[in-house]
Write a new protein. Structure first.
Length: 439
């Protein structure tokens, strides 16, 4: 069913040989040394994962298979009369490692359209929740309900060779990605639009069909979805959603279970909920100042007030990046083209003008620059998608592209069960005492 799968197998066999050779020749080579502060600080900065799909550089930002976001916006195939990249193309790039042709993208679009039918029992599971339930709660429950469709789980139970694991993970990946927009849109229409559901349109690309099912057939919103789903797709392997998907998958849990686990991590306030916190912070500021477009001076004073209360300015700072997030820049360029006069968007830009210098002056913040979350909510609000709790579901649909492409590579390369060593604080104290006595 499709040459993309055959091409992935060819690439995986070739890279498996490369990895084997690297380990044979350089397996004892040390890359990093771990400090005690890293162990107690969430393993920050410890190099301990291999993720083929993307790499985050502190200064250059995210690169997908070596391509920056500006390069992706230029080089990836686009929809007819569109100017933003199609996420199908980024998925191909992350999976195969090569820029796709228009034919490749159309092939993936058609494959996902054919596989997009969601069984009725999944909708029944969603309907069993009160409509007030958080969209991410409904979303992860639906993913677990979809797990009954897993070809990998069925094949593993029947006894397949380890070398064939990747093929079934690939099949599950393609089906799961195909169905996510339908599930997400169903949750949205159920919770916010009185259950007035919209059937999918198989003639549209993945992003446009998602926009259609959400109820937004505006060409600008379709373009926004293409950009949004592309730039949120992956952020190397150490973030919570990516790492969790990899970790659970390393136990040979199928893609449905692994991705559902990753989404429960994405639902956390320190990860995927950040985008809704940004827009709420802006709205609270505007309400407190009694204006829909505060001045730079007012914004500066409100930032200082936020900091004085022991709070953070949401949307600013990043665990790795030390510059303005290229994903923020991409959204800003989109806004300048499509909606430059929107008051909330202009406020986002004014925050960008004053926040970095104020944050940097505190001397406590390593990265005073905006990240992707600083802009996304304002764009969604401009087109009418004002339901902030749903923003993390959008993020989850996008993140599927990267983490599931990575999961295919995990199984193709035979990545083992992940099991880092842990120690106790008592062990650490003994270690330090013994080290000092030797010195």
């Amino acid at each position: 069913m499709g040459y993309i799968k055959d091409l992935f197998k060819e690439k995986a066999v070739e890279q498996s040989k490369d990895v084997k050779s690297l380990l044979e020749q350089h397996g004892d080579k040390k890359i990093d040394e771990v400090t005690l502060s890293q162990i107690y600080s969430g393993m920050r900065g410890i190099t301990g994962l291999v993720t083929e799909t993307s790499l985050l550089d502190a200064n250059d930002g995210i690169r997908f298979r070596g391509y920056s976001i500006p390069q992706l916006r230029e080089k990836l195939p686009k929809a007819d009369n569109g100017s933003e990249p199609l996420p199908e193309g980024l998925f191909h790039l992350m999976l195969i490692g090569e820029l796709p042709s228009q034919q490749d993208v159309e092939h993936i679009s058609a494959t996902w359209a054919r596989r997009s039918h969601v069984p009725n029992y999944v909708f029944n599971v969603i309907e069993s929740f009160p409509a007030t339930a958080h969209p991410m709660t409904q979303f992860t429950a639906a993913l677990l309900a979809l797990q009954t469709e897993s070809k990998f789980a069925k094949a593993y139970k029947e006894g397949i060779s380890k070398k064939d694991h990747w093929a079934y993970v690939y099949e599950d990946t393609m089906t799961l990605i195909a169905r996510l927009p339908r599930v997400a849109a169903y949750i949205y229409r159920r919770k916010y639009k009185n259950g007035d559901h919209i059937q999918p349109d198989g003639m549209l690309d993945w992003s446009a069909n998602f926009a259609h099912m959400l109820g937004y057939d505006n060409d600008g919103f379709r373009e926004l979805m293409r950009l949004y789903l592309t730039i949120h797709a992956d952020h190397e392997g150490g973030n919570v959603s990516a790492h969790t998907t990899h970790l659970v998958g390393s136990a040979l849990s199928d893609p449905y279970l692994a991705f559902a686990a990753g989404m429960t991590g994405l639902a956390g306030p320190l990860h995927g909920l950040a985008n809704q916190e940004v827009i709420r912070w802006i709205e609270n500021m505007c309400e407190e100042l009694n204006t829909n477009m505060p001045s730079e001076e007012q914004i500066g004073e409100y930032i200082k007030k936020t900091l004085s209360e022991g709070k953070v300015v949401p949307g600013y700072g990043h665990a790795v990046l030390r510059q303005t997030d290229p994903r923020f820049v991409a959204q800003m360029e989109f806004a300048k083209r499509h909606c430059p006069d929107d008051p909330t968007i202009q406020t986002v830009w004014n925050i960008y003008k004053v926040a970095p210098s104020i944050l940097e002056a505190t001397g406590k913040i390593k990265n005073p620059w905006p990240n992707v979350d600083a802009h996304s909510g304002a764009l969604l609000k401009h087109y009418g998608l004002v339901e902030e709790e749903f923003y993390t579901v959008l993020f989850g649909v996008a993140r599927s592209l990267g983490v599931l492409a990575s999961l295919c590579w995990d199984r193709a390369l035979g990545m083992p069960l992940e099991r880092p060593k842990s120690v106790t604080t008592a062990w650490v104290k003994r270690f330090i005492k013994e080290s000092e006595s030797v010195a």
